[in-house]
Design a protein around this ligand. Structure first.
Ligand code: ATP
Length: 224
């Protein structure tokens, strides 16, 4: 296994001939935490989409969790995505199932045994501090608690990499800080984390490697 969970070499993305990312190079080490920032429309979502092969580069190489995405047939994409835990705004909880079932759902679709599922759901809910809410319905949770369930669900399959798109976007400062603490705690246990944010305050409070996407290029920056 390689020491890098993401490797992009000379990667470009264009939509209908309009370039969005231009010959970018990026790598994320196993166990690394990295923020991605950039203005609206800069290409952050396109960058994430490259990683889960929702977008193909017009040129360059993308490797994720030991998959070479240029050679990955469409029918194999689910295997890649199973190695990724995603915390996205548009990937919400199922409103008609309780917390336990929302997390278990992620495991049932991969065909795990019932006993294993129960054990693993209890474990990840414990990790995010929500064991006591396992029977609650999503509508009865606070925004921060919902986000914890989404994180638990993302972790259920023991992914190689956690992708988070604005995970603190809709939260008040206190809930936001507690989600950031949780993400760092998960990272300290060895999980690689790539997190898109607009919020410089979050980066200042929880400093880590930061890359900026601007005018089609990607570079490491220091946020002071
Ligand atoms: N499927 C598509 N077809 C055509 N253009 C697209 C497509 N997806 C994105 N774009 C364009 O590519 C550019 C980058 O979009 P992208 O969503 O990657 O930016 P972003 O940094 O994630 O923006 P935001 O912060 O607003 O989510 C934008 O100009 C957008 O309009």
């Amino acid at each position: 296994m390689s020491n890098e969970v993401i490797q992009m070499t000379d990667v470009s993305v264009a939509y209908n001939g309009t370039p969005v990312l231009d010959s970018i190079n990026f790598s994320l080490d196993v166990g690394e935490f990295c923020y991605v920032i950039g203005r609206t429309g800069a290409g952050k979502s396109s960058f994430l989409k490259l990683i889960y092969k929702d977008v193909n580069p017009t040129k360059g190489l993308v490797k994720v969790a030991d998959f070479d995405l240029s050679n990955l047939a469409d029918k194999k994409i689910p295997y890649l995505r199973r190695r990724l835990g995603v915390v996205f705004q548009d990937f919400q909880l199922l409103p008609d199932r309780n917390v336990f079932d929302n997390v278990a759902f992620a495991l049932r679709v991969t065909g795990q045994k019932k006993r294993f599922i129960k054990q693993r759901v209890i474990e990840v809910l414990g990790l995010v501090g929500l064991s006591h809410k396992r029977k609650a319905m999503p509508d009865d949770l606070s925004g921060g608690e919902k986000q914890r369930v989404v994180i638990a669900r993302a972790l259920a399959n023991e992914p190689r990499l956690l992708l988070a798109d604005e995970p603190t976007g809709n939260l008040d400062p206190e809930a936001s800080a507690s989600i950031m603490e949780l993400l760092h705690q998960i990272n300290n246990r060895g999980m690689s984390v790539l997190m898109v944010t607009h919020d410089y305050e979050v980066i200042r409070k929880f400093p880590n490697r930061t890359v900026q996407i601007e005018n089609g290029s990607l570079q490491d920056i220091k946020v002071l």
